[in-house]
Design a protein around this ligand. Structure first.
Ligand SMILES: [Zn+2]
Length: 508
């Protein structure tokens, strides 16, 4: 949670593309007779006939039936250079999944090439009854090991066949979307006995592009400015701070959903080309900010060698509350960013602070039950945010300060700061009994480690140390966890400096 001073804590085109039997491909023109009027150019029906005849003539070579009775015509795609006739293998009028045949035909109507998946079989397995759709779905989810369904994408079922060992087996092809584990799963479930014959994740990662503040407009501008929220309006000066970035790991549906982040927002941002260029006045801008900065943070954590820290697609609700606050909810494991003041998700410092809470909860379920644990939680979030801001900013403006842009709504300091990491607060003299204020004791120790050892080393030690802790751990436990982590990772190479850094904060 981001407790702001002066505020009283108000804080696919689906990849499941079942072969569509009537699909028209983009960028091609429909098969109409116009072209046939030109001399030597075959009509669509002539092309289809040429393809049929060619397949009949070479039926033996491609193991097809002489009369092509089980090949269902799908489409003819016409381009200037050639035409393409596509067929689907069927049994009893149902598709044999994925088994297609194409014939490439010249503009003059001469068949040039056959590509065939056609698979002959000795036997069609007969069944007496079919499982219910519900039973099929439960078999599929069981095999996927689904812990959480993606409610936004319903499952689809299609009846057909798959051929294994010369046998055509009646199956239901099920595509289920789950957020845990993350994926769009294709399974073939035996239509009678429910056995799952195959399982595959259909998601294909896509890279998109978008515009973000990096990390926020004040830091990237790098000097005192007169930027102001102005009720979420655009300005030339703020637009000038937008940076173009790649959005990695998208699932290819056109929504901001991917390996490490699932945006669930007011704007429900969509782009068929995965191009997400918005200015701050648009709610979609914040969706892009959250996607990009959390994805970048998770990739950073993995680059440090940790593949098991919050390694999931976290749901982030963006602009879904009007409070000037944001939070992580450990009961549903989701993040929420509010739109009060400067929209919270316009500042990477706020985004990464909140992600910090989800990291700790992931490493130590229930973390921060004690008051010192709560302060460590807030301090860790500020450390994560401030070091991320430092690393992504091209300027040195805003060092030891987190959330400069967000803070323009409520701070009059220069730079404006949600909180600082160099107030030299000492435990227990400066203890206030408020987790955010007390978090400044902890965050400064962590930030000093980053200044002394470098961000990567400090972050590794800090993350590694969390696993030693319990929900009621104290500052002292946290410090001891830090020494244990340094011992495991670096043979205690940083022991003396860590000890001095924490001693300066009154922690031993
Ligand atoms: Zn917080």
């Amino acid at each position: 949670m981001v407790h702001k001073k002066g505020f009283r804590l108000a804080l696919i085109v689906s990849v499941c593309s079942v072969l569509s039997l009537t699909m028209a491909a983009p960028g091609t023109f429909a098969a109409k007779g116009d072209a046939s009027k030109k001399v030597g150019i075959a009509s669509s029906s002539q092309i289809k006939k040429a393809a049929d005849n060619f397949l009949k003539k070479h039926a033996t070579k491609y193991q097809l039936k002489k009369n092509l009775s089980d090949l269902k015509y799908v489409t003819t795609i016409r381009t200037k250079a050639a035409s393409y006739v596509r067929y689907q293998e069927t049994i009893n009028n149902h598709p044999v999944f994925t088994k297609q045949v194409t014939v490439t035909v010249s503009p003059q109507g001469k068949a040039k090439l056959v590509v065939s998946d056609y698979t002959p079989y000795n036997e069609v397995v007969a069944i007496k009854s079919k499982l219910s759709a519900k039973a099929v779905q439960s078999k599929a989810l069981q095999r996927i090991g689904a812990k959480e369904k993606d409610q936004s994408a319903p499952a689809t079922q299609n009846y057909g066949y798959t051929i294994q060992d010369g046998k055509a087996i009646p199956v239901v092809r099920v595509v289920s979307h789950t957020s845990k584990p993350y994926g769009a799963w294709e399974t073939y479930v035996h239509a009678e006995n429910g056995k799952v014959l195959t399982k595959k994740n259909l998601n294909q990662e896509a890279t998109g592009t978008g515009k973000v503040f990096q990390p926020n407009p004040l830091e990237s501008y790098g000097a005192t400015s007169s930027f102001s929220d102005n009720r979420d309006r655009d300005s030339t000066a703020l637009n000038n701070q937008l940076k173009t970035v790649s959005l990695l790991g998208l699932n290819g549906t056109g929504y901001l959903k991917g390996s490490y982040v699932t945006i669930s927002s007011k704007a429900n941002t969509y782009s068929s080309t995965n191009t997400f260029n918005y200015t701050r006045a648009k709610n979609s801008f914040e969706d892009v900010m959250v996607y990009y900065h959390i994805d970048t943070m998770q990739r950073y954590i993995q680059s440090l060698g940790f593949n098991n820290i919050n390694n999931r697609s976290i749901t982030a609700n963006v602009n879904t509350i009007s409070d000037d606050n944001s939070y992580y909810d450990p009961s549903n494991k989701k993040l929420t960013f509010g739109s009060g003041g400067v929209d919270d998700a316009e500042d990477a410092g706020i985004i990464t602070h909140e992600y910090g809470h989800s990291i700790q909860d992931n490493q130590v379920p229930g973390f921060g039950n004690s008051s010192q644990g709560g302060a460590m939680g807030e301090g860790f979030g500020d450390f994560l945010g401030a070091t991320y801001e430092d690393a992504t900013s091209s300027s040195s403006y805003g060092k030891a300060c987190v959330g400069e842009w967000d803070a323009t709504s409520y701070s009059s300091s220069n730079p404006p700061c949600l909180r600082r990491l160099d107030n030299n607060k000492v435990y227990p003299a400066d203890w206030e009994g408020e987790v955010h204020a007390d978090g400044e004791i902890w965050s400064q120790a962590l930030y000093d480690m980053a200044s002394t050892f470098g961000r990567d080393t400090a972050t590794k030690i800090v993350l590694q140390s969390h696993w030693s802790l319990t929900p009621n751990a104290s500052f002292s436990d946290g410090y001891k966890g830090m020494l244990a982590a340094d011992a495991s990772l670096y043979g205690s190479a940083h022991k003396d400096k860590i000890t001095a850094i924490f001693a300066a904060r009154g922690i031993k």
